[in-house]
Design a binder for this molecule. Structure first.
Ligand SMILES: Cc1ncc(COP(=O)(O)O)c(C=O)c1O
Length: 398
């Protein structure tokens, strides 16, 4: 039967990773990776995670299944992170949260649930969005549309065009928003924009579908959840998917959550039974180890303090690297204003240079980035920062 299938084109980012690995130049720099890196170019296991793991290994007596909804302590901890203390939706018992295999697994479960509730449901994605949103949600059966978001020439959000497009969205459609640290553009909604969207969604009966994969990496855990908290307090139904891959460095452990705000506590019970049934039908039970780590980190005071410090250091490094790159480029008198990079947040930004310049950076200077000129700022470090800036300046002046 497999003769009906064809080999698919390699993922663009994976293709660049392969080229990078094969490059023998000692100065090569990888700005294409999708993970956080420290100043030594490593993606370390956080100390709070190591300590939680050690305790789990010492104490765990069984590997029997936990539950379809996963680790209850993890689910409660994620609700606290997402909604904060005394949130009206939580207090009213309207929130159903289950653990899922990574943010991707959470997106898939949420997608299937939405498709079950409203077959053929349309979900609108920002242009651009994380490249996996489209295939993942399409596979769940949703109909995918796009709304304007990033203005490549002005290096910011086209908010008026975005609002105008969303004004025309049909009642009951879903709109996917990035909670913070937009991937790939780094341009986040400000508080007034979240407010305007909340009013529009209320008026038009639009369902927010918020993907928050980088909570804590922009301004802080609470500030980064501003949009989630605002919409969940004001709108009847909200779908939130989160990931512990980046903010706890648990990438390969596959830790994420689907959290749904329902209209009422009664409807929450229906949602919980259906979201659990969807998960049961896809993978039955989520992996436990990563969620058990998060549960421990969140609920052991010393580990929680340590996590706040470690997360704070990652955030400071990313925001600092943004300012450093802008300064280094400015000092080289490049013919382009890169100050927008310091205003954007998270790991990614588009440099906004031409595709030929991206290719020249790779072929002549061994500096690798995605062809759209998306860079992961975390790939810059004390050793390579000047070289990266020199290389960008050279291709811009050529
Ligand atoms: C916007 C966004 N959502 C979700 C994810 C999923 O992350 P994971 O499945 O590794 O937890 C990512 C990862 O890069 C992302 O950037």
């Amino acid at each position: 039967m497999f003769e009906t299938l064809q080999v698919l084109p390699a993922d663009a980012i994976l293709g660049i990773m392969t080229l990078f690995r094969a490059d023998r130049d000692p100065n090569k720099v990888d700005l294409s990776v999708g993970v956080y890196q420290d100043d030594a170019g490593r993606t370390p296991v956080l100390e709070c995670v190591k300590r939680a793991e050690a305790a789990i290994f010492a104490e765990q007596e069984t590997k029997t299944y936990v539950a379809i909804a996963g680790n209850a302590g993890f689910n409660a901890g994620i609700e606290e992170l997402l909604y904060g203390p005394n949130h009206p939706a939580l207090d009213a018992g309207r929130v159903a949260t289950i653990q899922a295999p990574g943010g991707s697994g959470a997106l898939s479960v949420a997608g299937h649930l939405m498709e079950r509730a409203r077959p053929g449901m349309r979900v609108h994605l920002s242009d651009p969005s994380w490249p996996n949103h489209l295939p993942l949600l399409k596979l769940a059966g949703l109909t995918i549309e796009q709304y304007p978001y990033y203005d490549y020439a002005a290096h910011g959000i086209k908010f008026d065009a975005m609002m105008a497009a969303l004004e025309k969205v049909e009642a009951g459609d879903g709109v996917l928003l990035h909670g913070c640290c937009h991937n790939p553009c780094g341009a986040d909604l400000d508080r007034d924009q979240w407010e305007a969207l909340t009013q529009l969604f209320e008026k038009r009966g639009i369902v927010p579908f918020i993907d928050i994969a980088y909570q804590g990496l922009s301004e802080g855990l609470d500030a980064d959840a501003y949009g989630v908290r605002l919409m969940s307090a004001r709108l009847p139904e909200v779908v939130v998917v989160s990931s512990s891959s980046k903010n706890l460095g648990l990438y390969r452990e596959r830790v994420g959550a689907v959290s749904i705000v329902a209209r009422s506590a009664r409807e929450r019970a229906t949602v919980l039974s259906n979201v659990s049934n969807v998960a049961r039908g896809i993978y039955s039970m989520p992996p436990d180890h990563g969620a058990a780590i998060v549960d421990r980190v969140l609920h052991t005071p010393e580990l929680r303090t340590l996590w706040d410090e470690e997360l704070g250091a990652m955030r400071l490094r990313l925001n600092g690297l943004r300012r450093t790159l802008v300064q280094l480029l400015h000092a080289r008198n490049v013919p382009m204003d890169f100050s927008f990079i310091a205003k954007e947040r998270g790991m990614f930004s588009f440099l906004g240079i031409k595709k030929e310049q991206v290719i020249e950076l790779r072929e002549k200077f061994h500096v690798y980035m995605v062809e759209s000129s998306r860079v992961n700022l975390a790939g810059i470090n004390a050793k390579n920062a000047d070289y990266v800036a020199d290389s960008i300046a050279a291709v811009l002046k050529a």
